[in-house]
Design a protein around this ligand. Structure first.
Ligand code: HEC
Length: 316
């Protein structure tokens, strides 16, 4: 009996010396030993499983939830958890444990994902978002995470553009209550079919190409012949060459300083012909989100062997 006590006291003493001496490396660029890693893993998994068991999962397939989640994910999660087209970031690379790439793998269990997002995970960098978000906002992100894996960068950006941005109870960037915001409430992007999403992607890519300074890349997204029509306010350009030479060339330098954010109000697609009613914001390419201008537009696109091409664009 006495012997056991001596051994126990000795063990505690050795443990205390090890702790106090700083022998264990807490640096994030030095992985845990296998034993410590396994212990943490079991503690983490058991803790999450038992605490999330009572969480009631709502219907996560509604486009309203997914739409809301897109803007919040883009504002608060992509730096760590990445996004389609972004496979690495400085924050992602430096963290230990490394945040999972949520654009590739979706969390297995929605109740557990909800619990993790709400409460965070100690000493991992994963914040407790429940401190600033209500439950519905968090469910929006869980719903979005189920939609996300396998989407293209253009689909992702389109979903973010259609969302009301970083918005949760009292968040600063709440969308303005214009009729645009009201139109976005119905979430045409989240509800759209795969063909409709292709159309939206084509429109997004066209606007991105406008800011690239490269006429050839703009040309790939339009019907680059005499059928192309561009109406700007009350000025009509008929034919691609007319628009390219009399208008676009002169604007390329200015367009390089901005980026567009689109919000789709309505989209219809049938037999290779698509109609889109959308709003656009012109924002500085870098720096704070200041509006340079905005407007409403309608576009007609035609499906060709080389993808969707803009045949007519009418901007306000
Ligand atoms: C500062 C970096 C950081 C930010 C920002 C962040 N996370 Fe995390 N998150 C992590 C890390 C690290 C882990 C992994 C922890 C681990 O392995 O135990 C994680 C884990 C998760 C998991 C569990 C994934 C799984 O399959 O086990 C979910 C879900 C999650 N985060 C969602 C979010 C959402 C949603 C946001 C934005 C609201 C967010 N995270 C923001 C760092 C971050």
């Amino acid at each position: 009996m006495m012997r056991i006590l001596v051994v126990l006291v000795a063990l505690v003493f050795v443990g205390a010396v090890l702790l106090w001496s700083g022998a264990y490396n807490v640096a994030a660029d030095d992985p845990h030993t296998r034993v410590v890693h396994r212990l943490i893993e079991v503690a983490r998994d058991r803790s999450i499983a038992s605490r999330s068991a009572a969480v009631q999962v709502p219907d996560l397939s509604t486009s309203e939830l997914i739409r809301k989640g897109a803007g919040n994910y883009s504002a608060m999660c992509e730096e760590c958890h990445l996004k389609p087209g972004l496979d690495d970031s400085e924050v992602h690379r430096g963290l230990y444990p490394q945040p999972p790439n949520l654009a590739v793998d979706q969390p297995e269990d929605p109740a557990e994902a909800f619990w993790i997002i709400k409460h965070g995970l100690k000493a991992t960098g994963m914040p407790a978002w429940g401190r600033s978000m209500d439950d519905e906002t968090i469910w929006g992100m869980v719903a979005f995470l189920r939609w996300l894996p396998g989407r293209t960068a253009a689909e992702y950006e389109a979903a973010v553009a259609a969302s009301s941005g970083h918005s949760h109870d009292g968040a600063e960037e709440e969308a303005e209550h214009s009729h645009e915001a009201a139109a976005r409430e119905s979430g045409p992007v989240a509800q759209s079919s795969p063909a409709e999403r292709e159309v939206i992607s084509a429109l997004e890519e066209y606007h991105a190409s406008l800011t690239s300074g490269d006429i050839a890349s703009v040309e790939r997204h339009v019907m680059a012949d005499e059928r192309f029509v561009m109406i700007e306010g009350d000025h009509v350009n008929r034919g691609w060459a007319d628009y390219r030479d009399h208008h676009l060339r002169g604007e390329l330098a200015d367009l390089r300083k901005v980026r567009f954010r689109l919000s789709v109000n309505q989209i219809e697609q049938e037999d290779g012909l698509a109609y889109v009613d959308f709003g656009y914001h012109v924002l500085p390419r870098e720096g704070p989100e200041k509006d340079f201008g905005k407007g409403q537009a309608t576009a007609i696109l035609v499906r060709t062997d080389a993808g969707w091409k803009i045949r007519l664009l009418h901007t306000s």
